[in-house]
Design a protein around this ligand. Structure first.
Ligand code: COA
Ligand code: AMP
Length: 640
């Protein structure tokens, strides 16, 4: 690969962004190919390929069956947690998707309707997503680790015609019954979907006794036996393919919208250029379909590109051991693995010398990609030594859908700088600015923004809420998209992502809102005020910790209240929040204008040096917090 190839590609995009993406659009089978790359007059900041029509399911499935891949594995399902595995070819995938689309169509699901999908890591989740795409319906997948209340919020926001769920998910040591959670969510929500279609799993079937309940498994079987063919519905490139909710600063999650055309173009480009894989190869993103990594790199990108994707229902450790990832790579000839640093930290903890790697033939494995949270140098170096392949950090967000910064393995492998996800990808003009929006010099920490327009594949808006989209992303630094990440660019153009500038924390690669947790805590009748902060954790990166001040006159035992609050967050947000600590304190540190000093509290808990904020109302309170943290063993400071 030519030296400076990355620079040449990036410059060619910079010189003619519209020409660049119009050329890349040729990789897609369009129903009507776009003549216009970008129309700045449409939407909130413009729309990509406004005159193109297409169908995402056709590009992921049908065209591979028609053009040489019917017998190639589309999906390898590896489920160490249930002891099952299964391979589905592209031809079989087409039959499954058509059968599921037929069932949805029979229930009246049509172009533009929303369908919520609440499923664990099973092939039926991908099939349901593709079936929606086939019909032009808009899916919204909700991660299985979220509780009923989170599901209810999403039901009310996107008003789905139907919910597709599985009867259960399997977590180590327990079966999670999904149907009762769906029922509780529908009972709580104002909007009532017409049908709940349940895929019955053998581990635990669900009762289907409410009006509108349907047995998806039986209906799909009947549709398959009848050989039901369902054509792909043409949609505008700008029509929504899906809505994926992600944490905002409040309890109301943001409905990130993804379109059809730009999304296909960007993801296809990324497979070749960022991940450096070939059609026909096996690509594995060890994430969950409930997250953006799952949407982009378990489902859409590998299938668009004619790869084989791996659906892994298990954990990096304990299913059965820390060699699970290496077994899956070796048995399935995986070329590239994409996972979160947390997964590697978990493996490293159980198998520090990576002895289990030696049990497997990893000769076909070329690259390990990491994203979702900051990749710490220790973990990167451990993985490089253990696996003998390049370990590539890259940075992106639910909002963008694909890498903002990466080391473009398909263009040129740039030297790795530990702690940096490398350089901006074509499409992204990254700038680091101060609070007044002025660019800062190289090496200086600031707000990371992307000059508008965002490239194809990025969100055009939030579902039904252009105003919130503008306020959250466009208003602070006019002419740019605000990433809400802080960091810096060095002299060589390498980006370093240091922290979020909002109340989002990253727990085991899962993005969570401390604001949403605070809403749960403050709803407790005994709680006067509260603050939730993300405390550094050696396995999960960060874990939440709540601080509460009780109302005066409360006689209930504070420890009991703390336990109730932990349970409330688990019940309302879900186990994924990993919310296990609450500390009762007398007072919270605040500025003179009443703003809680969460950042200072975080520094205290992490045992970092901090400067007493000049605006603090009463410095003594910080020392009280310090004492409480030490006394209760919170964070690094508490363990010291
Ligand atoms: N359905 C129901 N519950 C779920 C769930 C799901 N799909 N996924 C997770 N949970 C539950 C877990 O059972 C756990 O519950 P518990 O409190 O009763 O133990 C809780 O949510 C936290 O789960 P998790 O974050 O998976 O932590 P863990 O302690 O069970 O496992 C790791 C630790 C490191 C193995 C795990 O976090 C991991 O695999 N991380 C990889 C991160 C990743 O892939 N991120 C995706 C973004 S790219
Ligand atoms: P999500 O939307 O869930 O993908 O989370 C996006 C956020 O995760 C980003 O805004 C960052 O704060 C963080 N993040 C993702 N990838 C990286 C990375 N490679 N390095 C540092 N932080 C990251």
């Amino acid at each position: 690969m030519a030296k400076n190839a990355y620079r040449a590609v990036y410059d060619s995009w910079m010189a003619d962004p519209e020409g660049f993406w119009l050329r890349e659009a040729d990789a897609i089978d369009w129903i009507r190919p776009p003549e216009t790359a970008f129309d700045a007059s449409l939407g909130t900041y413009g729309r990509w390929f406004p005159d193109g029509t297409c169908n995402t399911c056709y590009n992921c499935v049908d065209r591979h069956v028609a053009r040489g891949r019917p017998g190639q594995a589309a999906i390898i399902y590896e489920s160490p947690i249930t002891g099952h595995s299964r391979t589905i070819t592209y031809a079989e995938l087409l039959r499954e998707v058509e059968a599921t689309a037929a069932v949805l169509m029979d229930q009246g699901v049509a172009k533009g309707d929303r369908v919520i999908i609440y499923m664990p890591m099973i092939p039926e989740a991908l099939v349901a997503m593709l079936a929606c795409a086939r019909l032009g319906a808009v899916h919204s997948v909700v991660f299985g680790g979220f509780a009923a209340h989170e599901l209810a919020t999403r039901i009310d926001d996107c008003t789905p015609k139907a919910i597709v769920c599985a009867s259960c998910g399997i977590e180590p040591g327990r079966v999670v019954a999904y149907k009762p959670l769906v029922e509780a969510a529908i009972d709580e929500a104002r909007h009532k979907p017409e049908n709940v279609l349940v895929h019955q799993r053998e581990q635990q079937a669900a009762s289907l006794d409410r009006p509108g309940d349907l047995d998806l498994t039986a209906l799909v079987e009947a549709a398959r036996t009848a050989g039901r063919a369902v054509p792909c519905v043409p949609v505008a490139a700008t029509d929504p393919l899906y809505i994926l909710y992600t944490s905002g600063t409040t309890g109301q999650p943001k409905g990130v919208v993804r379109d059809n055309g730009g999304h296909m173009v960007a993801l296809t480009w990324s497979m070749e250029n960022v991940y450096g894989v070939e059609p026909g190869e096996v690509f594995w993103a060890a994430s969950d379909v409930g997250w953006v990594v799952g949407h982009s790199y378990i489902v859409y990108a590998p299938l668009l590109y004619g790869c084989t994707t791996v659906v892994f229902e298990g954990k990096p450790v304990g299913t059965p051991d820390a060699g699970a990832f290496w077994r899956v790579i070796s048995e399935n000839r995986v070329s590239a693995l994409f996972t979160a640093p947390t997964a590697l930290r978990a493996i490293k903890k159980d198998d520090p010398e990576a002895k289990l790697v030696g049990d497997y033939d990893l000769s076909g494995f070329r690259t390990l990609f990491l994203a979702g949270e900051r990749a710490d140098p220790d973990t990167i170096q451990w993985a490089e030594r253990a696996l003998g392949v390049p370990v590539i950090d890259h940075w992106w967000q639910t909002e963008t859908g694909w890498a903002i910064a990466a080391n473009p393995m398909g263009i040129e492998r740039l030297p790795v700088k530990l702690g940096s996800p490398t350089v901006a990808m074509p499409g992204y003009d990254i700038q680091v600015v101060d609070e007044s929006g002025q660019p800062v010099p190289a090496g200086t920490l600031g707000n990371i923004v992307v000059k508008l327009p965002l490239p194809p594949g990025c969100l055009p808006t939030l579902w039904g809420d252009d105003a919130r989209f503008r306020k959250a992303y466009l208003d602070a630094f006019p002419g740019t998209y605000q990433t809400s990440d802080a960091g810096y660019v060095d002299e060589d153009g390498y980006l370093f992502i240091m922290a979020r500038t909002d109340d989002i924390i990253n727990v085991a690669g899962h993005r969570l809102s401390t604001g949403a947790m605070e809403e749960v805590l403050s709803a407790h009748p005994a709680v006067a005020e509260c603050a939730v902060i993300g405390v550094t954790d050696s396995l999960k990166g960060q874990v939440p910790c709540g601080f509460i001040v009780l109302k005066s006159g409360i006689e209930q035992d504070p420890e009991e209240i703390e336990r109730e609050l932990v349970q409330r967050v688990r019940d309302q947000i879900g186990p994924v929040a990993a919310f296990k600590r609450v500390v009762t304190v007398e007072r919270l540190p605040k500025t003179r204008s009443g703003k809680i000093l969460r950042a200072t509290m975080r520094s205290v808990a992490d045992g970092e040096s901090y400067r007493m904020p000049a605006t603090i109302d009463d410095p003594a309170i910080i020392h009280e917090i310090e004492d409480a943290i030490r006394h209760r063993g919170v964070g690094r400071a508490g363990k010291a």
